[in-house]
Every structure is written in C-alpha cells, then in structure tokens.
Design a protein around this ligand. Sequence first.
Ligand code: PEP
Length: 260
Amino acid sequence: MIKPLVIGNWKMNGSYAANDALLTRMLPVLSEKAKLQVALCPPFPYLSQVGQALSGSRVWLGAQTANPNPSGAHTGEVSVSMLRELGCEYVLVGHSERRQSYGESDEDVVARFTAIQSAGLTPVLCVGETLEQREAGETEAVVADQIKAVLAAGGIECFDGAVVAYEPVWAIGTGKTATPEQAQQVHAYIRSLLASQSESIAGRLPILYGGSVKANNARTLSNQADVNGALVGGASLDAAEFMNICQAFEPQQGRPDDQS
Ligand code: PEP
C-alpha cells in the first residue's frame, strides 16, 4: 500500500506575514495526519521560515526546483546541497511552468533529477501533455518520452524512492481538471510503463495527480486506483481548501486504502 502524498506548490507566492497566517491555520490540523504524507514547497526565500515552522510537525519541506551543479558561477541558482541544508526532503523537477517558461529540456530535467537523488533528496518528476498534444492523441507518447528520458539516464532503479506527478499542462492553473477517469488512465499507463522494467518498483511508486485540484474534486480523484496523492498549486494557498484536499486523500477507516 502506497502512503498517500499531498504536496502544496506555492509557486511564486507568499510573504512572511501571509506564510505565517497560512501555517498557523494549517499546521495544527496537518500535524495530526499520520496516514498521509504532506509537504509544502514555498519559494526559496521562505524555505527557512517555513522549515522552522514545520520542525517537529509531520509536514515535510520541499523546493520547487534545484540547479544540478554543486556550486560555482550560476548566478541566481540554488544547489541541492543548499536545499538539503535548509531541511528540504522533496524537490519538484520538470514542472511544466519551468519546461515552458524557462526552457527546461528533458536533458535539464534528467540532470536535476539525478542531482536531487544523489544528494539523498526525493525528486518529484512532473510530466504531462499540452492540450494540443492531448487532442492529437499524443498524451501517452509525450508522457512516455518524458519518463524514458529519466529511465535512459538512471535506469529503473532511480524511480525507487522517487515520486512522479502527472500534471496535464492544460489543467494547471486553469480551473480545468482531468476527469478522474482521464487521470486514472494516464497514471495506470505510467505505472505499466515502469512495471515493464520492474513490477516491484512500479508497484510502490507514488504517482500524484496535479492540475486544478480543489476540495470539490479531490475525493473522486483520490478514489482512483493509481492516484496516490496530489500536487496542488493554487489551492495550497488557501488553508481550508488545502486541508480539505488533504482530508480527501487521507485513508478512511474501513476503506480499502486504510492502513490502520
Ligand atoms: C501545480 O502548480 O503543480 C499545479 C497543479 O497548479 P494548480 O493546482 O494551480 O493547477
């Protein structure tokens, strides 16, 4: 049984005061959630503030990207060892906003993924198709290429302990969510692609869904067999929404996903 994981991606939002208010409302509730793994990815400048607030809680700290180089002349960038020093456990890699707006290629994604994993942190590999690609029937081919780029570099073993997030680009920040069936279909495809190399690694890989997850669609998404959690953007900035999303993914007593 895969422990559900819900990650809040704050993107480029926040301030000391706003973060404080959000954490003050959420942490007492999220800290109680033993059957669910929760992580928050604030912007770099707030990692220290959020990390301090999370210390002693059950909520993990994550970052939104990392530079693959260990140090040196990379103005404006942040290395994985710096993120580790700040207490990060998770690092997003290949988010579509970075692929589209900052030109991150599959090659860049692979380098980041490898550096994150080599530092002992958990890469959250984001994959997903654009609307044009979906309409052209290319969803599986696009997702397969993004995953195969990492497989080619690191082999199936590098997915052991990693996380994959399926995030259809057309659903991110648009208010359009993939239907639970669409999400399940792609998640099952990703798992089968990896299972063809190792059933055990594929079987324990958390595959998150991301793309306009809200409190009102989280439950039906969470009921899909291969949806093991969510990567939440906009709704993670609203304490009530995010807590309700977490609750929807929390295994319920008596449900097949209950681990108690
Ligand atoms: C994201 O940033 O990964 C995301 C899924 O955003 P949103 O939930 O706002 O669509």
